[in-house]
Design a protein around this ligand. Structure first.
Ligand code: GLY
Length: 377
């Protein structure tokens, strides 16, 4: 088994340099030049930099990293006050890894309140007629009005957290209904998954599966499959509904059965895999975190444990040996060969900030047994 400590130390070299490089801005993706494109609270991705800083601070106790992490939460507070770019379902990604992370790391009450406010904003995406959280667009939107996407499973933990903290079951009940709809309609009979699914906005009837970022409507976008592995394992953690654990396990087996020889996913399992086809290293980093979560819940005697353990080791070995920038002073990201949207020709095959976040989360889970910020400790 690999010694993860030196790898974590190398990520810290990059993070300390990035604090100076990025200032108060937030990295998203790079466009083939290895330089992170920066944004300021306009996207779904800003939480990942905050999460990297909180994980790095918890590991190192470095006061400079702490100051940078606190600054990101202040920025998220301003975003909330201005209600800026919050009209989508990714509030969970944004505020779980920033405000909720600070609450988990150091029990800061104002951050807990901010996370609860964020959960309330996410509830505005609930559509009672179709009983889903609408991913994108305004209510009644002809294209996106009745649409869910598999990524949303990672937004649900913020709602479960709010239910725990406030005692208000409304958050958890809606989250569980959405998770169950995702299980029934996004997961296919062969344990592959749709990226998105459409429901009738008036009566909730199921219409059809499709994709936004995958190769084809019926293909399996690897990052979506990884969101499912992790998201259903988290749904199990909060609900103890066996069907969610079983779904996470099935999605995980499908994922690992479709990996190429170097154990790191291409961007879509059904896209042609030839010389130069883009990988999505972030899908593999998310997959590892999802499997580590799944393994926390599978019984010791479960026959798939050994296979899943081996998948974690093989994926991490390959990510570290073949994709990791290893503290190189000129590199801004941790993992090369992430892909945002190959189909949309947006940032294929370079750094993506969520790949870096989940790589670090996986390292800390493996080295310290410390999970990320999807649930309290
Ligand atoms: N949640 C958006 C993505 O994974 O690209």
């Amino acid at each position: 088994m690999m010694d993860w400590k030196p790898v974590i130390e190398q990520t810290l070299i990059t993070t300390r340099l990035n604090i100076k490089r990025f200032g108060e801005a937030f990295p998203i993706v790079s466009f083939g030049d290895g330089k992170y494109h920066l944004t300021d609270q306009k996207d779904w991705t800003e939480g990942f930099w905050s999460g990297i800083l909180w994980l790095s601070y918890e590991y190192s106790k470095d006061p400079d990293i702490h100051a940078a992490a606190v600054q990101t939460v202040d920025s998220f507070r301003r975003r909330m006050e201005a209600q800026q770019a919050l009209e989508h379902h990714d509030i969970g990604f944004l505020y779980s890894l920033s405000a909720k992370a600070r609450w988990i790391a150091e029990q800061d009450e104002a951050s807990r309140q901010l996370a609860l406010q964020a959960a309330e904003v996410l509830m505005k995406r609930w559509r009672p007629a179709s009983r889903i959280f609408q991913a994108w667009g305004p209510e009644g939107d002809p294209d996106n009005g009745g649409r869910i996407i598999i990524d949303c499973l990672m937004n649900l933990p913020l709602l479960y957290f709010a239910a725990e903290q406030t005692g208000d079951r409304r958050y958890a009940d809606c989250a569980t209904i959405h998770a169950e709809k995702s299980r029934r309609f996004l997961v296919r009979g062969d344990d592959s998954s749709y990226h998105t699914f459409y429901f009738d906005q008036e009566n909730g009837n199921a219409i059809r599966g499709g994709t936004a970022q995958g190769y084809q409507d019926g293909s399996t976008w690897t990052r979506g499959q990884a969101w499912g592995v992790y998201g259903f394992a988290l749904a199990y953690r909060y609900t103890r509904e066996e069907r969610f654990l079983e779904t996470s396990r099935r999605l995980a087996l499908h994922f690992l059965e479709h990996l190429p020889a170097d154990h790191v996913a291409y961007w879509d399992f059904d896209a042609p895999q030839e010389e130069g086809s883009p990988r999505d290293s972030s899908a593999s980093a998310i997959f590892v975190c999802g499997v580590l979560e799944l393994l926390e819940h599978l019984p010791e005697s479960h026959p798939d444990r050994a296979l899943l353990d081996e998948a974690v080791q093989q994926s991490m070995d390959s990510l570290v040996k073949n994709y990791f920038t290893a503290g190189d002073l000129t590199e801004e990201g941790f993992l090369r060969h992430g892909s945002y949207s190959v189909r949309g020709n947006s940032a294929p095959d370079d750094f993506v900030i969520w790949g870096d976040y989940f790589f670090l989360e996986a390292l800390l889970r493996l080295e310290r047994g410390v999970p990320g910020y999807w649930y309290g400790r």
